[in-house]
Design a protein around this ligand. Sequence first.
Ligand SMILES: Cc1ncc(COP(=O)(O)O)c(C=O)c1O
Length: 375
Amino acid sequence: MVSAAPDVATGLDRLIRPALRHAEAYIPATIATADEHPAREIKLDMNESPYGPSPKVAEALATFHLTNRYPSIQQDRLRAAIGAFAGVPARQVVPGAGMDDVLTNLYTTFIDADDEVIIADPTFGVYRHAIGVRGGVVVDVPLGPRPDFGFDVDGVLAALTDRTKLIMVCNPNNPTGHLIPDADIERLVRAAPCLVVIDEAYAEFAGQSQIGLMAHYDNVCVLRTMSKWAGLAGMRVGYGIFPEWMLGAIWSAVPAFCNISTAAEAAAIAALADTDFLRGLVERMNGDRDALADRLRAIDGVRPFPSATNFLLLSLPVPDAEPIHRELGQRGIHVRFFGNPAHGMRDCLRVSVGTAEENMQFADELERVLRERQG
Ligand SMILES: Cc1ncc(COP(=O)(O)O)c(C=O)c1O
């Protein structure tokens, strides 16, 4: 772990905001280095698309020459394209350099020191980190037991205080892959006296969205990304769809040009002009996910959980999957392990859906590693 603020003899670290003085940097996936099969690197640890961009994106980038120009100030063309795709007015769309950036702007808009945000662990780790950086307090109302990982609506409502600003709902949830029933989300939104933030990073794989709730309730917003379904993780484009009453405040928190480069803007607009192609890839990834789940179920003791996303969470027939995670990494196959004992997932790995061939290589290697360990 990197300590953000080492003690310095001059005492100058007193100038750093208290919330950051002893903070640790957010560490995404642990990527072991491949030494047994250095030629093979199969990256299934960050829920990226295994496919390149749409041909229209490749074309737009091949002819892209505007490096000397700033992007449009409020990303009007990109917002119009996103609005048309999501079926919402462009004025309600606020883009950013990935959803992480949109979360940053949202938290800057709402969180003062000691304000509370409710999350339901195990969930996307960036929430906890980004809330802490702003001095906010994370209130965890954990998901229910496996295999349903039920979202505890009553528990969340009981945890509300007069300092609760936001409730984070990740749907489908990362890392479990499950969808929360529509009725539960609507009950939460109807009863909550604060903003309910619905993270739909994987909605295109699930084929459903809660955007419709925004027509009936003022206290809900939806966050999306082009990183997963559109294969643009490296371009960093995400967006939020926000109610009218928030727009002025959130725009005042958004950096110039929405932090989106001219190249990323061109790539995202080209992708949104090729949605039939991208939807075809989503269908393929969903089919490959189901085929991978079937293959994994055939391995003794391996249990994939149902998933509405481009990844699978699987439990292994071992109490601790860490050595298996490490062994797979050494063989050039990178997946995700969740070591925090509080999350109760040390027997699990999360694997992103890669190409059909990568998926089968992962399953074959996992089977070999498990067999070797059994003796
Ligand atoms: C639930 C969830 N939200 C947000 C993100 C971040 O997306 P982006 O790449 O747009 O920052 C991820 C990425 O893994 C995610 O799993």
